[in-house]
Design a protein around this ligand. Structure first.
Ligand code: PLP
Length: 397
């Protein structure tokens, strides 16, 4: 089956956040938005077909959760990741950030400490801090965790939770089994709950395989809350369809009772039908979109290779992701050039020059690296889930 990922779809004036928020966020709207993590591709036809039935009937009453929703999630995870999840571990949640927020509220109290690996997807810090929790940052060591520092952080009083991005965003790094096992052992020993956000787990590139955190050891199963969704994979974040899996009954039962009491776990009919269609009939589309994204990454790598300073030094170095479509651009040499400083002397306030360069010189809306933490200084995040033609912009000084 052929899918046309080259088609340019006009999303302006369709209430698309990626477009509507340009003026507010970047100060101008005449730029190409390659920031918010959704795709410029039409979702698989099977999803639209599934939703059409509801639209054609035209009755939008209360719905019940179809049994098929869990079954389709179960079968997908088993086939894709070899994890045989049980029905009692499962609940629906209306978005992963929301799910993380529920868990933060339920399992921690104001003043408690929550560990993240930074730079990291910004709601991992915004949600805890917005709820009066303290975030402890464990800066990444290259593509791995800094375990020495992690052990020191875990030894502090009041650490109750770690929020793990598996695979990691930004950077798209896959964690090794050994890393996940070490995290599980350290956290389980100290009764620290690990939230594993696996939203990007079905977009592994280059033939790589995802490792669900909860599967790496008994300790991981005993201390973890896993969130997943079809939203990134099939470009349906607007359907708010996500799931939560908790193998450990002591963690799960009171949390699920609380979610139920507050009606935080009821899917709308569009959420259910979209997810079922995606997981039952979307595999070919997913395989095709992964190949297209890989080609886009290679294309960007190629384009950046020829953008050099007068000494032939490459100014933007894309960090190749293991998973998903968000490319972490190492622009430190470009920022050094723009600021007239050495790379080692760059300061947080210099990032403005980089942001200004992308918006006003290249007319591109990218995520600034520092929004993911101060370790993102000199970096920008580029979303390549778009028709390749849109990536044909010229890099100029
Ligand atoms: C790691 C990660 N978690 C969660 C989300 C958002 O999930 P949701 O829209 O379900 O809240 C994103 C979106 O970019 C993400 O990258």
């Amino acid at each position: 089956m052929e899918f046309n990922f080259d088609e340019i779809i006009d999303r302006k004036n369709t209430h698309a956040y990626k477009y509507d928020a340009l003026q507010r966020v970047f100060g101008r709207s005449d730029i190409l938005p390659l920031w918010v993590a959704d795709m410029e591709f039409r979702s698989p036809q099977c999803i639209t077909d599934a939703l059409k039935g509801v639209l054609e009937q035209g009755v939008y009453g209360y719905s019940s959760e179809p049994a098929e929703l869990f079954d389709s999630i179960h079968d997908w995870i088993l086939t894709e990741h070899g994890w045989d999840v049980s029905k009692e571990w499962y609940t629906y949640v209306g978005g992963i950030v929301r799910g993380i927020a529920y868990a933060v509220q339920f399992f921690t109290k104001p003043g408690d400490k929550i560990i993240v690996q930074s730079p990291v997807y910004h709601p991992f810090t915004l949600v805890p801090e917005g709820n009066g929790r303290t975030v402890l940052r464990n800066p990444l060591k290259g593509r791995d965790m800094d375990f020495e520092n992690l052990e020191q952080l875990l030894a502090e009083d009041g650490v109750k939770m770690m929020i793990l991005c598996n695979p990691h965003n930004p950077g798209g790094y896959a964690w090794s089994r050994e890393t996940l096992q070490r995290v599980a052992a350290l956290c389980a020993e100290r009764n620290v709950i690990v939230i594993s956000d696996e939203i990007h787990c079905d977009l592994y590139l280059w033939g790589g395989k995802h490792i669900p955190f909860a599967t790496v050891s008994d300790e991981a199963a005993s201390c973890s809350i896993t969130f997943g969704a079809p939203s990134k994979t099939f470009n349906i974040p607007g359907l708010a369809s996500s799931y939560c899996l908790i193998p450990d009954a002591e963690i799960r039962e009171p949390f699920y009772r609380w979610l139920g009491a507050n009606e935080f776990n009821d899917p709308g009919i569009m959420s259910s039908l979209g997810a079922i269609a995606a997981y039952r009939h979307g595999r070919q589309w997913r395989d095709a979109v992964v190949s297209y994204i890989e080609q886009n990454i290679l294309y960007i790598e190629n384009r950046c290779a020829s953008f050099t300073d007068k000494d032939g030094r490459q100014l933007i170095v894309p960090v190749r992701p293991d998973a998903s479509y968000l490319v972490w651009l190492d622009c430190r040499w470009l920022l050094a050039e723009l600021s007239g400083k050495n790379v080692t002397d760059l300061q947080p306030k210099d990032q403005k020059l980089l942001e200004d360069y992308f918006v006003n010189r290249l007319r591109l809306g990218l995520n600034s690296g520092v929004m993911f933490g101060r370790e993102g200084l000199g970096y920008m995040r580029l979303n390549v889930a778009c028709p390749r033609k849109l990536l044909g912009f010229e890099f100029v000084l």
